[in-house]
Design a protein around this ligand. Sequence first.
Ligand SMILES: O=C(O)C(=O)C[C@@H](O)[C@H](O)[C@H](O)COP(=O)(O)O
Length: 364
Amino acid sequence: MKQLLIETKTKQYPLFLGEGIIHSLPEILRSLSFPRGTKLLIITDQTLEPLYLAELRAMLADDYEVYTHVIPSGEGAKSFEQYYACQTAALEYGLDRHSLILAFGGGVVGDLAGFVAATYMRGIRYIQIPTTLLAHDSAVGGKVAINHPLGKNMIGAFHQPEAVVYDIAFLRSLPEKELRSGFAEVIKHALIRDRRFYEWLRQEIHTLADLTGERLQYCIQKGIEIKASVVREDEKETGVRAHLNFGHTLGHALESELGYGAITHGDAVALGMLFAIFASESVYKRSFADHQFSAWFRTYGFPVSIPASLKLERLLKKMKGDKKAKAGTVRMVLLKDIGEVDIETLDDDTLSALLCEFAQREVG
Ligand SMILES: O=C(O)C(=O)C[C@@H](O)[C@H](O)[C@H](O)COP(=O)(O)O
């Protein structure tokens, strides 16, 4: 089992990474140095419940009074209704300020359960136990949130977990679309900070089928290290942390416009990255050979053009509501070079023209 340290201004916590490490969860929890309460609430989703919940519950029963709460699977569960149901469960089970929440699942469970932990009795401890590739990103760094029909992750907090326990054995049973979704964030991490890792990806990962064994573990570890280095510099997104939003300005608008869950987060971010690269070429007057990126992305099955059903004006409106926007003006993360990004302010006319051109471009 590997142990990485996630350090932020307010907290340091371990990330345990390995195959089959879920079976060591009781020992891992005992090794953590916070005062232990009596109650523990596992929040998970309907897909994971029949596969693992009974085993997980039994594993922890010697150390805790274990309670469980199951949410529907999918992005739609990051809703106010599900958040409220989690809070009701926590109150009914009598969780107190010393209780612990386990977020057992992918990004949706992690974001929702983390936000429940951030706000229950003004904040209690929680552990992230990611089960997807996407969660190599979302489980690290303490961003927790639910969605609003008017925008993705609009209601949330920064609340760091006590630990992240990442058992890559869970990834074996991931459906292809979930693997692809997580891989988009791996590509993002490479593009924003690490040219050599980007080159490695282009050489080694030709199809999603290559994402197994040592290659998969390398992608996860590199992604986590890059994410951790950004969060170490800037925990609360006052500066460089916004770079992690590369591809997300359009990506989040797509998710919200299509309806949460209609497109995976990673597919939306991948298309958002293609748009960001397209905009970067125009703003920085340089060429990244956009068509090559589109062709590369297409080999994994990512969408490369904006669905014709979407209205560009509505997408623009959502992009203007992005969290990085200032006084209604969009600030997008753009690619200066492979491994280097910056934030640029784009006025409405420029953004609108770029989006139209992007939507109409020929993808060979
Ligand atoms: O951790 C971050 O910071 C990120 O921006 C990582 C993103 O990949 C992730 O999707 C995040 O939840 C988006 O944050 P948001 O603040 O734009 O909602």
